[in-house]
Design a protein around this ligand. Structure first.
Ligand SMILES: Cc1cc2nc3c(=O)[nH]c(=O)nc-3n(C[C@H](O)[C@H](O)[C@H](O)COP(=O)(O)OP(=O)(O)OC[C@H]3O[C@@H](n4cnc5c(N)ncnc54)[C@H](O)[C@@H]3O)c2cc1C
Length: 377
């Protein structure tokens, strides 16, 4: 097996790291405090080809593949996880359009999304339970040439910011995946949800009240909405969440290592204390293990494996990387003593972001259910 990253992937990492250090690092704390969507950073990332990284060039993407995407999200999230998290969900929608959309839909929506001129959201979850898609209550009833949509979605990343949302609704005996544009009468985002982490990416409720959506906004085949939404979450959302977690773990580890080299006690840096060293070693080893689970998932997707075929591999990466991110952040806070929870050390925001990753893109125990089912078989 060849584990060496390609020259293009090495160059991508260097480029994204330079971008993250120069454009994101100086502003990460103030972005977090203000809680505003980072439109400018998104546009700059788009200029580097990062937004449309898995979209084809024909529609404005840079077509670098899934492993490249994992590396890109890792590097962004090492410095500023909310932007990585937007890529996690926004790119589900862009993947969905690319793979299941009509030619008209691709031509209309993908180029401005790839350029960072517009924002996309992907809405499956409802208040009745995100883990169980069979409880969906939102309905889309075909009336003439339009769907009449009624219902509510919760926890939708960039919901209030998005120019276009891909969402799932019950339609007849099945479910449909539909597109709704911002400003469509009957479609509102009544509430931004109060969140602990990822504060500059709004997470919102969506409401549909007799919202009329043209028939041509159906994405993919009639009746297959949940399957298509889950395919997007499997191929893009869950691996993306794993990569955000990996970046958080790496960033928190680096903050702690720097601190441990600078903080002196008993006349020497605390990195010389064996207990501190052991903690740093565990962070280092577990982050590296998470990295290879993440990259392996990206590599499998680049080999053309479908999310259905490699569900347990994707679940392993998300489960492990997210556990590691939380563990590293907590241990880091402990090692840094009283400074660990001071905002200026930029660990607290990472810890808050890591907590949000636990349910996002599928709860941790849902990943265990996927892996457990596979090993039991
Ligand atoms: C920051 C953030 C952003 C999000 N963005 C989006 C988005 O853009 N679009 C979107 O559609 N959704 C989004 N979500 C929703 C997310 O997908 C759901 O939170 C997730 O699927 C879990 O659903 P739930 O919160 O309703 O928890 P529930 O499904 O109610 O789960 C509650 C508990 O039950 C456990 N559980 C569930 N099923 C099983 C099982 N079979 N076996 C054992 N235990 C089980 C879970 O592990 C969990 O501990 C987002 C969530 C967060 C936190």
């Amino acid at each position: 097996m060849d584990f060496a990253p390609t020259r293009e992937q090495e160059m991508l990492r260097d480029m994204v790291r330079a971008f993250a250090e120069s454009e994101l690092a100086p502003n990460a704390l103030s972005f977090d405090e203000k809680g505003e969507f980072p439109f400018e950073a998104l546009k700059k990332a788009a200029k580097l080809g990062l937004v449309g990284i898995i979209n084809s060039k024909e529609y404005g993407g840079s077509d670098m593949g899934h492993l490249a995407r994992m590396i890109m999200i890792e590097e962004i999230s090492r410095v500023y996880p909310p932007l990585g998290f937007y890529f996690q969900t926004g790119q589900i929608g862009m993947y969905g359009l690319q793979n299941f959309g009509s030619e008209e839909q691709k031509k209309k929506y993908l180029p401005p999304l790839c350029q960072g001129d517009t924002v996309m959201a992907w809405a499956l979850t409802e208040a009745t339970g995100g883990s169980d898609a069979s409880t969906l209550q939102t309905t889309a009833e075909l009336v003439g040439d339009e769907y009449n949509v009624n219902g509510r979605k919760v926890f939708i990343t960039a919901g209030e910011t998005a120019d276009v949302v891909g969402f799932v609704a019950k339609a007849g005996d099945g479910t449909n995946l539909l597109l709704v544009e911002k400003g469509t009468p009957g479609f509102t985002t009544p509430r931004r949800e109060e969140r602990l982490g990822l504060r500059s990416i709004p997470v919102s409720e969506l409401a549909f009240t007799n919202c009329r959506i043209p028939k041509e906004n159906l994405v993919g085949q009639e009746g297959r909405g949940v399957r298509l939404a889950l395919a997007g979450i499997g191929a893009v959302g869950r691996p993306g969440a794993a990569a955000v977690s990996l970046g958080i773990a790496q960033g928190a580890y680096e903050v702690t290592l720097r601190f441990a080299k600078e903080r002196n006690l008993y006349g020497k840096a605390i990195v010389q204390l064996q207990a501190v060293q052991f903690a740093l070693v565990n962070m280092n080893v577990e982050t590296e293990a998470a990295r290879w689970l993440c990259y392996y998932t990206g590599w499998l997707l680049d080999q053309g494996k479908s999310p259905g075929e490699i569900g347990p591999d994707i679940a392993r990466a998300k489960l492990y990387a997210t556990d590691v991110a939380n563990k590293v952040c907590l241990k880091a806070a402990e090692i840094m003593g009283g400074y660990g929870l001071s905002p200026e050390y930029q660990l607290v925001r990472r810890l808050r972001d890591a907590l949000e990753l636990l349910p996002a893109a599928g709860a941790q125990d849902v990943q265990r259910v996927i892996i457990g089912g596979a090993i039991a078989r």
